[in-house]
Design a protein around this ligand. Structure first.
Ligand SMILES: *[C@@H]1O[C@H](CO)[C@@H](O)[C@H](O)[C@H]1NC(C)=O
Length: 287
């Protein structure tokens, strides 16, 4: 049975907005997405963020994953493999055609251009115009190390309305601190960045559509000095600062704020591919 499902999968899932993250599971530690049991509602979409490498030959590349709330038109989290140093920046903003137009629409992010009927299930650039909020990235440009990933961060499903001062100063500085912190990682560093919504505030004012962020959070995990080491962050706190906390405490905070149970950002164990099969090690510092 398992084999059959495995064989059918590539034919069933030719698009980018999925019911799970199996097409982009490499984005996650141990190939396992975070567990967010609150989010079973079908307004929550799994986006394997992709760009076309060669559109004529239908070659695309999956670069990271976003869990997206189409009701509040705000992401829940984006998960990515950290990279540095960044190679540049450009600022066109993309939309996700399939969220509004269904799975027959063009897969992969694309400029809105003159496409019609975009916006019912996602935010568009005009939502931000004059709103007083920035498009705050979850997966930030400065955590990418190649051109395609850099471009791919510039999609509106990877952004939420964020206070401009916090975005441009405090959270940016935090992102730089993360770069320094992850420098000593051996192998890949996995990052999950989320947004907790402030359901009382929506933009734009005259036609409230998009829920703004109350705070951003981030969890990192990598191998350092032979130990899996994780670090949690969230901000702004009540004083407009970024706080550091353990992954366990971050999970508890999210459970409390979401009024949910069993939020788990990382898997429990890591399986070492390079060690004789069956060797598993607890992930202490990352959960
Ligand atoms: C999605 O957004 C709506 C509107 O802000 C909110 O009421 C709901 O709780 C959100 N769902 C999740 C799973 O975050």
């Amino acid at each position: 049975m398992k084999l059959l499902v495995f064989l059918l999968l590539p034919y069933l899932s030719l698009s980018e907005v999925f019911t799970d993250f199996s097409q982009c599971s490499r984005t996650f530690l141990n190939n396992h997405p975070p567990q967010f049991t609150l989010l079973t509602d079908n307004s929550v979409k799994h986006i394997c963020q992709c760009v076309w490498v060669d559109i004529i030959n239908r070659q695309k590349m999956y670069l990271y994953a976003t869990l997206y709330n189409t009701t509040g038109r705000i992401p829940i989290y984006s998960a990515y493999v950290f990279g540095s140093p960044n190679v540049g920046r450009c600022d066109p903003w993309y939309i996700e055609p399939q969220l509004d137009l269904g799975n027959n629409a063009e897969s992969c992010m694309s400029p809105q251009g003159h496409k019609r009927n975009i916006g019912k299930y996602q935010t568009v650039n005009s939502d931000y115009d004059g709103s007083g909020y920035d498009r705050g990235h979850l997966y930030p440009v400065q955590h990418t190390d190649n051109h395609l990933s850099m471009l791919a961060t510039s999609t509106l499903t990877n952004a939420a309305p964020q206070n401009p001062t916090f975005n441009q100063i405090t959270w940016k500085k935090h992102e730089e601190d993360v770069i320094k912190d992850l420098k000593d990682c051996k192998g890949k560093a996995y990052v999950v960045t989320g947004v907790f919504p402030d359901t009382n505030i929506q933009i734009p004012k005259y036609d409230p559509r998009v829920t703004v962020s109350k705070y951003y959070w981030r969890a990192t995990c990598c191998l350092k000095n032979n130990k899996f080491t994780g670090q949690g962050y969230f901000g702004p706190d009540n004083n407009g600062k970024v706080q550091q906390l353990s992954i366990t405490d971050l999970q508890e905070k999210l459970e409390k704020d979401y009024k949910a149970k069993n939020i788990k950002i990382n898997d429990n164990i890591i399986i070492f591919p390079s060690v004789p099969s069956g060797h598993k090690r607890p992930l202490n510092g990352c959960n």
